[in-house]
Design a binder for this molecule. Structure first.
Ligand SMILES: [Zn+2]
Length: 358
């Protein structure tokens, strides 16, 4: 009889344990723990239950994970980073960057927020959803605020890095897979979704190019105006990189799936950023693509980066059938990724874990 592979052994073994919450410990007959097959990261939202956080972190370490992007309050960050440090799990604090929905910031710093091409503050009339309130990266106060936040985290003893998310403009065009949900057709850049036309942006662009962006014949078509906004985010990221470097820490970012899509939809020119690693959110279903698109999108990023820093393909777990998760990983690796990052820990069902770990 053919000897079973470890994967088959686990799968067969698992059939008899329905109802058991999956943790590798139940595999009593299996001497080695099932582990990840490629360098793996996960986006993890902490919550308040520290016992659970500790249990999850130990599970991730035992499963061979490289690192974790952790979102949580300062106390949770302290506890979790200290444990991750002891375990040897790389720990980055996951930061929601330019999207600032906090009522306190809206109230105290209303003038930090972006202005649309229609002249309306995003703080007053956010597009798509009520919380979509974004800070303008061209304001000194916003840059200082971000630098201070990043410094506060990078200076923490057991934090290995800072992970920037929402480091971009709001979507001038939503991913096509979301149009139906919001009852939209975004075949071009419409003024109510187009940012930022605040006084600072207009002044800075005029100083640079000699024209007010509001006076351009067709702002969406203007190459210099597009480039100005790419550069606004790039400049901020590179400034934050200097801050993390000062503390000997890393800077990574979650970005839109390919360089072209990122520039077009949210003004992210991420292949020009100074980072230690990038985590494109290759959420195929958002773009009405099949799972094999993970390979195509990964390759586009890899080719544009020219080896400047590693790329980990972000996988959207809820859109991947449990028995297809390993296939998604294979597509990412075929595209040239250094590894993968799961969105998110909670989305992983018992069946996903069985397929993912080998
Ligand atoms: Zn602005």
């Amino acid at each position: 009889m053919r000897k079973l592979t470890k994967r088959e052994f686990i799968k067969i073994g698992a059939m008899g344990v329905s109802g058991v919450v999956f943790m590798p410990g139940f595999l009593g007959g299996c001497r080695t723990m099932p582990k990840v097959t490629v360098p793996s990261w996960v986006w993890y939202s902490g919550g308040r239950d520290e016992k659970k956080i500790k249990k999850d972190l130990r599970f991730l370490k035992r499963s061979g994970f490289t690192g974790i992007h952790f979102q949580g309050g300062l106390e949770q960050v302290k506890t979790a980073s200290s444990l991750a440090h002891d375990l040897g799990l790389e720990f980055h604090v996951w930061v929601i960057s330019l999207m600032a929905r906090s009522a306190k910031i809206v109230k105290e710093h209303h003038d930090w927020y972006m202005i649309s091409r229609e002249g309306i503050s995003i703080a007053d009339h956010p597009p798509y959803v009520g919380y979509y309130k974004w800070l303008c990266p061209n304001k000194t106060e916003v840059v200082d605020y971000m630098v201070k936040r990043v410094e506060g985290l990078a200076s923490m003893d057991h934090v290995d890095g800072v992970h920037l998310d929402y480091i971009r403009y709001p979507d001038v065009i939503l991913p096509v897979g979301l149009w139906k949900k919001y009852h939209l057709v975004q075949d071009r850049e419409y003024p109510q979704y187009d940012y930022c036309y605040c006084d600072d942006c207009r002044r800075k662009f005029k100083e640079q190019e000699g024209v007010d962006p509001l006076e351009l014949p067709d702002p969406p078509k203007d190459k210099a105006w597009r480039q100005f906004r790419y550069d606004s985010v790039t400049r901020l990221v590179n400034r934050l990189k200097k801050m993390t470097e000062k503390y000997g820490k890393k800077l990574t970012a979650a970005v839109f799936p390919t360089p072209d899509i990122a520039r077009k939809l949210v003004r992210q020119d991420w292949t020009c950023w100074n980072l230690d690693a990038v985590f494109p959110m290759i959420y195929h279903n958002f773009y009405e693509k099949d799972i094999d698109w993970i390979e195509v999108a990964t390759r586009e990023g890899i080719e544009a980066l020219h080896g400047r820093y590693p790329l980990y393909s972000g996988l959207f777990v809820p859109a991947i059938a449990p028995d297809k998760i390993q296939q998604a990983v294979d597509f990412a690796m075929k595209g040239g990724a250094k590894g993968v990052c799961l969105f998110n820990f909670r989305g992983m069902t018992e069946k996903h874990w069985r397929d993912f770990l080998d």
